[in-house]
Design a protein around this ligand. Structure first.
Ligand SMILES: [Zn+2]
Length: 189
């Protein structure tokens, strides 16, 4: 990731086919390790009392606040989406890339953050985003929050990248302004 004045966070979404392919190595372990089989290989919850998890939670709180604050300036469809996105984001679990397998998953599609349509209420955090979570501070938290707004739209079932990006930018434009150029660069919407 290029860490500049216009940070690049590329929210994205895994395709069903890829998610299934990645889940296959786990399939044989499902009976023995039902919980391990639920997440993509190499992605783990952040240590509960660590600074990174605390910063991710701060970013979630900010994203939820942005979804609420943007409401009065959004059209009726986006208000409904903002409400649904907030419900999903409030209940979502975050899983961070921790090894070479997850690194490859992220690198293969140039992901920064993504959701798997087969796994409700989970947001995957790739390696290039973790420095923001480790660093904390208002600027880094705001970059993460913008990404979470985008992913929260996906969690409601909006799989079209341009629709998710348009919603993300509508929320940011009506609140604290855009803090990442990532999804615009990636999807050219
Ligand atoms: Zn996306």
């Amino acid at each position: 990731m290029t860490r500049t004045a216009t940070p690049v966070v590329r929210p994205s979404i895994a395709t069903r086919g890829r998610a299934l392919a990645l889940a296959l190595p786990c399939a044989l372990l499902c009976a023995l390790l039902p919980h391990a089989a639920l997440a993509l290989p190499g992605f783990r919850a952040l240590p509960a009392r660590g600074v990174e998890a605390a910063n991710v939670e701060q970013a979630r709180v900010l994203a939820l606040s942005l979804l609420r604050r943007a409401r009065p300036a959004l059209g009726p469809e986006d208000v409904r989406l903002a409400d649904a996105a907030a419900r999903e984001l409030a209940a979502a679990r975050f899983l961070a890339s921790t090894d070479q397998q997850s690194l490859r998953t992220c690198a293969s599609r140039d992901y920064s953050l993504f959701v798997d349509p087969q796994e409700p209420r989970r947001i995957y955090i790739c390696d290039e985003v973790r420095p923001y979570a480790r660093a904390g501070g208002a600027a880094a938290i705001a970059v993460l929050a913008q990404g979470f707004v985008h992913e929260s739209a996906h969690l409601t079932g909006v799989h079209d990248e341009c629709a998710a990006t348009r919603f993300e930018l509508a929320v940011m434009d009506r609140t604290i302004g855009r803090r990442s150029a990532g999804s615009r660069i990636s999807y050219r919407c």
